[in-house]
Design a protein around this ligand. Sequence first.
Ligand code: SF4
Ligand code: SF4
Length: 445
Amino acid sequence: MVLLKSFKGGAHVKYYKGTHGNATVTMPVPAKAVIPMLQHIGAVCTPLVKKGDMVKVGQKIGDSEAFVSSPAHSSVSGVVTDIKQYLCPGGMEVMSVEIETDGLQELWEGIRPPDRLDKSAMVKVIRESGIVGLGGAGFPTHVKLSPPPEKSIDILIINGAECEPYITSDYREMLENTDDILEGIDIVKNIVGARKAYIAIESNKPAALRLFQGKAGSCGEFGIVGLKTRYPQGAEKQLIYAATKRKVPAGGLPSDIGVVVQNINTVSFIAKYMRTGMPLISRRITVDGSAVKSPGNVEALIGTQLKDVFDFCGGFTEKPAKVIMGGPMMGVAQFSLDAPVLKQSNAILALNAGDAILPEESVCIRCGRCVTACPMNLMPLYINAGVMMRDFDSAKKYNANDCMECGCCSYVCPAKRHLVQSMKVAKTEFAKKERKPVMIDDRVN
Ligand code: SF4
Ligand code: SF4
């Protein structure tokens, strides 16, 4: 029996994890793949190919000299038909390589298992794989594996919370590739020098909890942290607190308190990559929502367009009123089904009009529920009031920048105030003033 841990605040959301039982099905190669040069937090890549070039599976087609960046690889073999701006799931136009596939899936000659070297060489090897946080954050993994030398890491936490409604991509990885996850934990633990690794899993995934408990009994190299089912349990700071009782300081990083967190699919990929040398060219994506005919978990090549993924799932039962990349709490609404699957795309949802409705706001009744729910200890009602008055100094005073946009405040608000939107507006205004890109410092997994 695992003692369940949690954090302060949050919300009990409806989970809709109807695809828990859907084993992963691999999609066929699409006729066209669109590989964006920005599928991560950090610097955009420069294309390494030109129109008319033939490319093969696993070939590097984009890279950057910046440390905080991640190379892009071709997921298909075929011919480059264009390099142009494409509307991507994040809502931005991104330079992308468009490839007409030849259906042969010829492998690039350079694919071979990398050597297992010392820690810094391993970080470079992992960078070459193109891996980024597969829980949705898209933060380049090699950066997380390179904490500053003065920070001593003693704990590695593997995030298997997957607390966003609908998404079951991590859960399926836990059931389908358990040994890859354990192998990946070992590799990452050695790289960061952690003395202990914990796998953290929410209580609404009892089969995964049982599976890893059984494995822990046999090898004892890691611990299991059972988590209460509460959103946003998978957010990095909340997860660390639940697992270790350590608090990441405001504006700080997990490495400041000796912790590195990695998503469960990410560590599993690292094990597969070290065994095969195949870079990140595909991922599991949960396809769900009230307008989807046959929801499920699909292994799709990176660059497959959303319309092809939905077609593979039987199409729509009715015209979707809203398509979301990611979960309903933190995902991004999509304008076009031509947008491609990215490395960090863990779900696409198509919702009917009934589910997509945005409730009308009424006046704040000062009930304080948003304050109780906020896992970052913010006062969303005051930030919202500041933004409504265009008083951004007030929004700053109430620390709108610390908001991770989890959506708990909006979810619990009886007046249906558009609180998260206020946070986004405030952060955009701050960024404009400081001429910085808008960043969400935390992501819910
Ligand atoms: S939950 Fe909504 S109504 Fe209640 S205090 Fe917050 S903003 Fe106001
Ligand atoms: S203010 Fe931000 S962090 Fe707090 S509940 Fe709302 S969205 Fe989440």
